[in-house]
Design a binder for this molecule. Structure first.
Ligand code: FES
Length: 125
C-alpha cells in the first residue's frame, strides 16, 4: 500500500491572507482565504487594498484614512495581535497573514468595527 504525504508548496511570491469575515445579513462568520502576489506590497493595508481592488470588492474594511499612523481607524487583529494595518509591514519571509476584526466593539461587517462613542485610541503593540 502506498503511503501518500500531502506536500504543500508555497509560492514565495504569493502571500496567503486568511480573513475572518462577517455577513450581517445572515449573521454568519467565516474565514475566507485569498492568494495575493507579493509584488511591491509592503504593508498589510497594501494587501487589503489589492484584495478589494483586484479580487473581491465585497470585502469591508476601513479605507481612505490617514495612512500615517495618526487616526488609529485602521486597527485590526493581525495574526491575533492588534495592529495598525497602514503601518504593519509584511516581511519578505512571511507567507501567511491572518486578519480579523478588533476584539472590542461591535463588528458591523467583515473587518469594520463600530467603536461607538469611545475614542479609537487602542495602542498598537
Ligand atoms: S490609517 Fe490612520 S492610523 Fe492607519
Amino acid at each position: 500500500m502506498l503511503n501518500y504525504r500531502k506536500v504543500i508548496v508555497m509560492n514565495k511570491d504569493m502571500v496567503k491572507v486568511d480573513i475572518e469575515r462577517y455577513d450581517p445579513e445572515k449573521n454568519r462568520k467565516y474565514i475566507q482565504t485569498y492568494e495575493v502576489p507579493r509584488g511591491t506590497k509592503v504593508r498589510v493595508l497594501d494587501f487589503l487594498n489589492y484584495i478589494f481592488e483586484e479580487i473581491d470588492p465585497s470585502l469591508a474594511y476601513r479605507r481612505h484614512l490617514c495612512n500615517a499612523k495618526m487616526c488609529n481607524a485602521c486597527m485590526m487583529m493581525v495574526n491575533d495581535k492588534p495592529r495598525l494595518v497602514c503601518w504593519e509591514v509584511v516581511s519578505s519571509r512571511q507567507n501567511e497573514i491572518t486578519l480579523s476584526p478588533l476584539k472590542r466593539g461591535k463588528v458591523i461587517k467583515d473587518l469594520v468595527v463600530d467603536f461607538g462613542d469611545k475614542d479609537n485610541n487602542e495602542e498598537s503593540q
